[in-house]
Design a protein around this ligand. Structure first.
Ligand code: GAR
Length: 193
């Protein structure tokens, strides 16, 4: 069984997909803790509704004297280590993760990204692929490193962009693909361990 720590920044629909996959018996995992860097992230409510411990750590609550980025990542690391997780999953976590966390879980930090990496990294991947007029984009799950949306790829799903697509329709299909691929990749990690 995987013991997961999930990092979020917003809606948490991918967190919900993991919660649902566990409930359906499709993923042998337990979410030990959900951490958000944003206090108003809806994913915190989703976690609490599922009986999962949900914590917000605001990067801005660390003072300059404390070296804020280091102290923030150190606080993240402490919660994840204390919760005894074995995999950290960035499911819509829109911040770079510091070496404090990456080094505590070597090769065990996963990121989800709404494009076919290495194409369209960053916070606006769906919009950028749509604007670029490429015929295909998709979804990537990869091992995270100290750079944004970078690291060894574990799984990808292609999502075609249709000539008459709207951005909203494309976003909906990308999110649906993510909700399949992330729990499925975690289930594969579980079976290959
Ligand atoms: C997802 O589309 C995820 O791929 C993206 O944020 C969204 C979070 O949605 N992450 C990135 O863009 C990382 N570069 P959610 O909060 O509903 O799960």
């Amino acid at each position: 069984m995987l013991k997961l720590g999930i990092l979020i920044s917003g809606n948490g629909s991918n967190l919900q997909a993991i919660i649902d996959a566990i409930a359906a018996g499709d993923l042998d995992a337990r979410i030990e803790v959900v951490i958000s860097n944003k206090p108003n992230a809806y994913g915190l409510e989703r976690a609490r509704a599922a009986g999962i411990r949900a914590v917000c750590i605001k990067p801005s609550s660390f003072t300059v004297a404390e070296e804020p980025t280091h102290s923030y990542n150190e606080a993240l690391r402490r919660i994840l280590v204390d919760a005894d997780v074995d995999w950290v999953v960035m499911a819509g976590y829109m911040k770079l993760l510091g070496p404090e966390v990456l080094n505590a879980f070597p090769n065990h930090v996963i990121n989800l990204h709404p494009a076919l990496l290495p194409k369209f990294p960053g916070a606006h991947a769906i919009e950028e692929a749509f604007a670029a007029g490429v015929p295909t984009t998709g979804v990537t799950v990869h091992i995270a490193n100290e750079r944004f949306d970078d690291g060894p790829i574990l799984a990808q799903t292609e999502v075609p962009i249709n000539p008459d697509d709207t951005l909203e329709a494309l976003e909906a299909r990308i999110h649906a693909a993510e909700h399949q691929l992330l729990p499925q990749t975690l289930a594969e990690l579980c079976s290959t361990r």
